[in-house]
Design a protein around this ligand. Structure first.
Ligand code: BG6
Ligand code: MG
Length: 216
């Protein structure tokens, strides 16, 4: 049994379904560059930073461009993405998120966001969840992208907790690897085929109990 004192949540795909907006924006960019980018291709981009995602996408299209052009393409994608998320409402919070956050906080378990996104703050404000987190670590605060554990270690540090007393919730393979590398227990949110390395895999946050978490 673990001494559970903090939970660190990835944002995109765990608390809120922004993965679809990232996909729509990348697919649009691929279309402009004259190749098809599928939902399956998109899996490799989850949890990965904007520039690293662009590299994967260009690789898929067999496209070589200058660093300057890469910066322009990433900004173009982000422009569309920001437009998509600017209309988000609390209705887009994924089922079970609020109930779980409330239950954890009632028990005195701290909560944090550990996201690779530089847009995490905008999203949290749009959906009104900022007050539910004791620490928010996003792509603006970190230097090394998942699977490096920096984002989660920083989350534990800002909560003043040892990594071993924290559980990470992640929908991306890179995020699961990051949690493992950081010495944290990890719950995969999504399909067991993709997230098999997690300590526990659940389809969404609806049914998870604190007891299950302390038993990890
Ligand atoms: C992660 C997403 O949370 O943030 C990735 O899973 C995304 O798909 C990354 O590329 C960076 O996001 P942003 O908003 O800074 O481009
Ligand atoms: Mg994610």
């Amino acid at each position: 049994m673990m001494d559970l004192r903090g939970c660190i949540f990835d944002l995109d795909g765990v608390i809120v379904d922004t993965a679809k907006y990232h996909f729509m924006a990348w697919r649009r960019l691929a279309k402009e560059l004259d190749f098809t980018f599928t939902l399956e291709d998109n899996e490799a981009l989850k949890g990965v930073s904007r520039m690293a995602s662009l590299e994967i996408l260009l690789n898929k299209g067999g496209i070589h461009v200058s660093e300057e052009e890469k910066a322009r393409l990433a900004a173009r994608k982000n422009g569309w993405y920001v437009e998509f998320i600017s209309g988000m409402t609390p209705d887009e919070i994924l089922p079970g998120s609020i109930k779980l956050l409330r239950a954890l906080r009632r028990k005195g378990i701290l909560t944090a966001i550990g996201s690779a996104s530089k847009n995490a703050g905008t999203i949290l404000d749009r959906i009104g969840l900022r007050p539910m987190f004791d620490a928010i670590i996003d792509g603006n605060k970190i230097h090394k992208a998942k699977p490096d554990p920096e984002v989660f270690l920083r989350g534990a540090e800002e909560m003043n907790l040892p990594p071993s007393s924290c559980v990470v919730f992640e929908d991306a393979q890179a995020g699961i690897e990051a949690a493992i590398a950081g010495g944290m227990k990890c719950v995969g949110v999504g399909s067991p085929e993709l997230l098999g390395r997690a300590d526990l895999v659940i389809p969404d946050l609806r049914k998870i109990t604190i007891k299950q978490l302390t038993n990890l």
